[in-house]
Design a protein around this ligand. Structure first.
Ligand code: ATP
Length: 228
């Protein structure tokens, strides 16, 4: 874990929520909101991926996913959007985004990468994943369909991820406020079995998706004939 000499008060932790957001939905928004509240984050920055490395091409163009993300958080000053991955011409690797944010925000800013349990379990497949905890803390939310992680995720993690967690698990947000990076904090959020794939499937079947995502996002989807 990085050890930084004391230089006065720490800036309040900033949450980071990356995703394909294809489209953004209330599961993402509650994840951001509940992480912010549970972990004492100053704000949460949503970072739509441009070209996500882990999956086939998103259904909607990056510019549409960015626009929908902006609409979804409009009016909430505690949420913000980072367009860095969308505007980049390279693949969206989280480690590169974290390096950019570190150089923008400085070495003392506590950063908290917010992940659903499914994303956390897949961490060892991420580009330069062993460097992530040198750049950010990680907060892991439960997600329906994934084993409840409890405090130590008994039996659900790969051996390499389990080893990377050793000595890093914090009980609550306090663990994130006095160092810039390196801790892992699980937290419970209201279980919402909403996913972007479910929404795309509902669209494909001609079903309603109303109330699974914000109305302005749905209006945008209709206006631009997305997911048809
Ligand atoms: P898809 O169904 O297309 O895979 P998704 O709904 O999982 O998409 P992503 O953009 O891939 O959305 O997810 C971004 C982040 O949000 C991930 O860390 C994921 O675990 C988390 N997340 C998405 N939906 C939920 C939810 N309903 N509850 C908790 N976390 C969620």
């Amino acid at each position: 874990m990085p050890s930084i000499p004391e230089q006065g008060a720490w800036p309040a932790p900033l949450g980071l929520l990356g995703g394909t957001f294809d489209p953004i939905h209330h599961g993402h928004l509650r994840l951001a909101e509940e992480a912010r509240e549970a972990l004492g984050l100053a704000r949460v920055r949503l970072i739509p991926a441009g070209q996500p490395p882990h999956r086939s091409s998103p259904r909607s163009l990056a510019a549409h996913r960015l626009a929908m993300t902006r609409l979804a958080i409009a009016g909430n000053p505690l949420l913000e959007v980072d367009d860095g991955e969308v505007l980049a011409s390279t693949r969206s690797y989280t480690v590169l985004t974290l390096e950019r944010l570190r150089s923008e925000l400085g070495s003392r800013q506590p950063l908290v990468l917010i992940l659903g349990a499914d994303a956390f379990e897949g961490l060892p497949s991420w580009h330069r994943w062993t460097e992530l905890l040198g750049l950010t803390h990680i907060a892991v939310a439960n997600r329906p369909g994934y084993a409840p992680h409890g405090r130590r995720w008994p039996g659900t993690l790969s051996a390499e991820l389990d080893a990377a967690c050793a000595g890093r698990i914090g009980e609550n947000g306090a663990a994130l406020a006095t160092s810039p990076a390196g801790r892992i904090v699980p937290f419970d959020m209201t279980p919402l079995a909403i996913s972007a794939s479910l929404i795309r499937d509902l669209f494909a079947g001609g079903h309603s998706v109303r109330y699974l995502l914000p109305d302005p996002v749905l209006d945008y989807i209709d206006k631009h004939s997305l997911y048809r």
